[in-house]
Design a protein around this ligand. Sequence first.
Ligand SMILES: Nc1ncnc2c1ncn2[C@@H]1O[C@H](COP(=O)(O)OP(=O)(O)OP(=O)(O)O)[C@@H](O)[C@H]1O
Length: 240
Amino acid sequence: MIEVRGLAKRFGDKTVLDGVDLTLGQGESLVVIGGSGTGKSVLLRCILGLERADAGSIMWNGAPIGPDFMDRFGMLFQNAALFDSLPIWRNVAFRLLRRMPRAQARQVALAKLARVGLGPEVADLYPAALSGGMRKRAGLARAIAADPQVIFFDEPTTGLDPIRAASINRLIREIVDETGASAITITHDMGSVRAIADRVALLDQGRIRWQGTVVQMDAAADSYLQDFIHGRAPQSQSGV
Ligand SMILES: Nc1ncnc2c1ncn2[C@@H]1O[C@H](COP(=O)(O)OP(=O)(O)OP(=O)(O)O)[C@@H](O)[C@H]1O
């Protein structure tokens, strides 16, 4: 349903994306991994239309991504990115308030909060009163509030301890399965990869260097991929 072809993006004389090809199927969960600064966020920003690509195309259901897509996607931002001045329920209901009465939007927000494990007592609190894990859950409730067809997860476990990270990963996988939404996650966290991915794509030097299932990833011969998934320094740099 999302087709990225030949995507290229430069900043000045620095080429960040250099011909990225990616396909995201209906209901599929794709996780994009890659080292720091390889362009994962730039790729996401290009897909969302926040960054203009220099070349290539991004199609959604066979047509270039346009304004209709904006009502169809949800996004969990890194660090949840809640509005500090709004209570949690209004953060969750942010996009709903444009399209339904306030009382109804609040009901939907409470239901989405319940789905991510947050009770009604959280609804009227402000983000500052929540722990990092709770904020992440509230961000997830906001991402799914408008029943999106595509959900983007930007580093969903950053800043969480391993146990909270594992529960967020599990929640993401459950939500993707339940809603039938397609998902693109960008992360360095191999725990997220294993919990969330139907398919993994490794971004390296501006291109998709490798892609496949988690089982294929574990068996892949690509030495850089193996170094990445096992957190090893490459051979050429050992002893440095
Ligand atoms: N607006 C911009 N202007 C100039 N350079 C940029 C801009 N945005 C990103 N870059 C550069 O593009 C490269 C890729 O950045 P990006 O944030 O996409 O990496 P990333 O893979 O998401 O990294 P990380 O995993 O560390 O978040 C970096 O070298 C960054 O400095």
